[in-house]
Design a protein around this ligand. Structure first.
Ligand code: ZN
Length: 260
């Protein structure tokens, strides 16, 4: 059984097709998924997809791309949604200095508000980081010193130095279809040495379909392809990979009840 730790199912890309998407996921042994909120204004839509479905969870947060929409966001704005039984994490938040769809000021402000909400709620933090290795390492180091919290660097594509710093700070990591891409040597190298009990897998669907589906719409039924590649990198069997990445998910997102 696999867990897809990062999906985006409430957007237009899957509209009207969710029953088939869930059917194919089940057929591929994908037993649980976390539907990620990328803009706090979409939190109801994010949760709605999960209602009435076991093992489908939601987060609350605002992506760094959308930080400009919520320049004054507070921890309280996020905490208003964390009591919902489906909400098991806060994010995704973080820094994206590659696309720079939002200026740095709202990105940094949003990230800080999410960290405060995590400390207050005890829920774990889902982090997106791109072209921001130095700033991310600085913020994580500083904030963990102020008060530790659980943090996951999702769809890891940053450099080795940030990975080492984050690993030392106790962070978790999630690998996406990118580890199957031909030129992703550095990410594969990082995936080979990360702490074995702190790695998850994800599709980040509808983006980043793993090889051989690269360029097509991605969906949760493709997460076993990420697991296969991770197994190859780590020298694990596919069963060990499923077990370790699933264990990591339920230990990290401990509000999610594990199916018996
Ligand atoms: Zn992301």
């Amino acid at each position: 059984m696999f867990v897809d730790s990062h999906v985006n199912l409430h957007g237009d890309k899957f509209a009207g097709e969710l029953p088939q998407i869930f059917e194919r996921a089940e057929a591929a042994n994908v037993s649980a998924m976390l539907n990620i909120c990328c803009n706090i204004k979409d939190v109801s839509a994010t949760i709605k997809v999960c209602e009435g479905r076991d093992n489908l969870w939601a987060s609350v947060g605002t992506h760094p791309h959308d930080a400009k929409d919520n320049p004054d966001i507070t921890a309280a704005d996020l905490l208003a949604h964390t009591d919902h039984p489906k909400v098991i994490g806060i994010g995704e938040t973080g820094l994206d200095f590659h696309y720079n769809f939002s200026d740095r000021t709202p990105q940094l402000h949003n990230f800080q508000a999410h960290i405060e909400a995590v400390r207050e709620s005890g829920l774990p933090l889902i982090i997106h980081s791109r072209n921001a290795d130095i700033e991310m390492a600085e913020i994580l180091t500083r904030e963990m010193k102020k008060g530790e919290f659980k943090a996951l660097l999702h769809c890891y594509t940053s450099g080795e130095k940030l990975a080492r710093t984050a690993a030392e700070l106790g962070c978790y990591f999630s690998m996406s279809g990118i580890i199957t891409f031909k030129n992703a040597h550095e990410v594969r190298d990082i995936a080979s040495w990360l702490p074995e009990d702190r790695i998850m897998i994800e599709t980040d669907c509808p983006y980043l379909a793993p090889v051989p589906h690269r360029g097509r719409r991605c969906e949760p039924s493709m997460v076993p392809l990420v697991a296969e590649k991770l197994a190859e990198i780590r020298g694990w069997t596919i069963e060990e990979t499923a077990q370790k990445t699933t264990d990591a998910f339920y230990i990290f997102f401990d509000k999610a009840k594990r199916p018996a």
